[in-house]
Ligand binder design. Sequence first.
Ligand code: DC
Length: 231
Amino acid sequence: MKIPNIIIAIDGHSSTGKSSFAKIIAGRFGLIYVDTGALYRGVTLFAIRNFFIDKNNKIDRISLEKALSKLDLQFRPTGQDRASQLYMNDELVENEIRSLEVSEKVSFIASLPIVRDYVDTILVKLGEKRGVVMDGRDIGTVVFPDAELKIFMTADAEVRAARRYNEMKAKGENPQFEDVLRNVKERDFLDENRDTAPLKRAPDAILLDNSKMTIEDQIVWFDNIISKRWN
Ligand code: DC
């Protein structure tokens, strides 16, 4: 199946499997995959390292804003499976941006308009030739409101918490299910209620609730949409 040179915007709640889904789609249709959350994570790592955010998540906005002009975030291909990794001022930071400390602070950094402008500038450039699949929270609403295909992914909070719980267990961690569930609900609240670019479904986004779907089911669902629109 072939599709035109389009932008596919995939937004939705955390732990809905957006990135796995987006990567498979990108691979199948020869599009570039952009993990927009990685850029917010990159800015957060930069803020932590430069002491612009403290242990109580208090942010020195003025210093952060000044320093952003010295921050260079780039995705570079790994040479395998169309995957890419994030570099911060030429340093590979793909593992560091997934740390617990960054995960706990990223919602606060991502709520700042100056940070959103910084990331949006990078995203608009990456999408200027189209041919991309971007996953995030505001791609179809703010960054590319003209995206040709928009998907909004969600799943029951309990299902998402169970997925994260199993992932953490597989990594050798020993979480309590109730804590993981609380964290999933807290992140939903922060994403949906921030003033700038909150998470919401664009009116023209197609809803994908994958609470009871495997990844294979989701790809079949997606192929159906593509063949209805472009075949
Ligand atoms: O998708 P993720 O968990 O890696 O995203 C990290 C954080 O960045 C999360 O708190 C939501 C935020 N984010 C955002 O506000 N807008 C985006 N387009 C992508 C991510």
